[in-house]
Design a protein around this ligand. Structure first.
Ligand code: DX5
Ligand code: ZN
Length: 217
């Protein structure tokens, strides 16, 4: 069954501790944290202090998606703040190999994120070292965008790579995930779906997460 990583970008920032506590009670599998720096993407969200402050509200793994330039400068600080998974965009750094090693040396899980216009080829050489590959199904920067249908082919291609080179690789899909497209995303081979507006816009978050997973009401 596909796992759900609600993105706290769509949560109530004034009540973040409680929002995260509720997600754990609502069958979420990961807490997805979207970190944006206003440089790599045209939006600014939050950084290490927020993650550190809310970390104690859930025992779920914190899945930190860095949309920042020069992620190598901050990876250690995000691990100190409580990140379990750290995913970064390769286009934001020339130190990909070093970052993957640094995250592994600290005993955490590493991932590379790919915007819709970045092909899979570039990450093939790292595939055996990765714990996660994050396929963006919208351009990184904002919640609430529309899913790009071509992403399904990229998920299938990532699943083929996983099958060939690294069976433990987690394929995560991020952006515009809804009840209307999640079964296609799952069938294409995704292990985890990020869901921001779909979860936080629902009248009952627990019910929405269960439905996204494919459980019946
Ligand atoms: C976009 C972020 C996503 C986003 C998902 O840059 O990486 O995680 O918050 O939000 P929805 O599910 O609303 O597209
Ligand atoms: Zn994200």
């Amino acid at each position: 069954m596909i796992k759900i990583a609600p993105s706290i970008l769509s949560a109530d920032f004034a009540d973040m501790g409680r929002e995260i506590e509720n997600l754990e009670k609502s069958y979420a599998d990961f807490i997805h944290c979207d970190v944006m720096d206003g440089v790599f993407v045209p939006n600014i969200t939050f950084g290490m202090p927020m993650i550190k402050a809310v970390r104690r509200f859930s025992a779920l793994p914190f899945d930190v998606h860095l949309m920042i330039e020069r992620p190598e400068k901050y990876v250690g600080a995000f691990i100190d703040a409580g990140a379990d998974f750290i995913t970064f965009h390769e286009a934001a750094t020339d130190k990909t190999g070093e970052i993957l090693e640094l995250i592994g040396a600290r005993g955490k899980k590493c991932g590379i994120a790919l915007n819709p216009d970045i092909p899979l080829d570039g990450v093939e050489k790292y595939i055996e070292k990765l714990d996660m590959i994050l396929i963006m199904s919208v351009f990184a920067g904002f919640g609430g965008q529309k899913f790009i249908p071509d992403s399904l082919k990229k998920i299938e291609a990532a699943a083929a790579l996983k099958n060939k080179y690294n069976k433990n690789l987690l394929i995560e899909v991020d952006g515009g995930v809804t009840l209307d497209n999640i079964r296609d995303i799952e069938n294409a081979g995704a292990d985890i779906a990020v869901a921001g507006s779909s979860v936080f816009g629902a009248p009952d978050k627990a019910e929405r997460i269960r439905l996204l997973k494919g459980e019946r009401q």
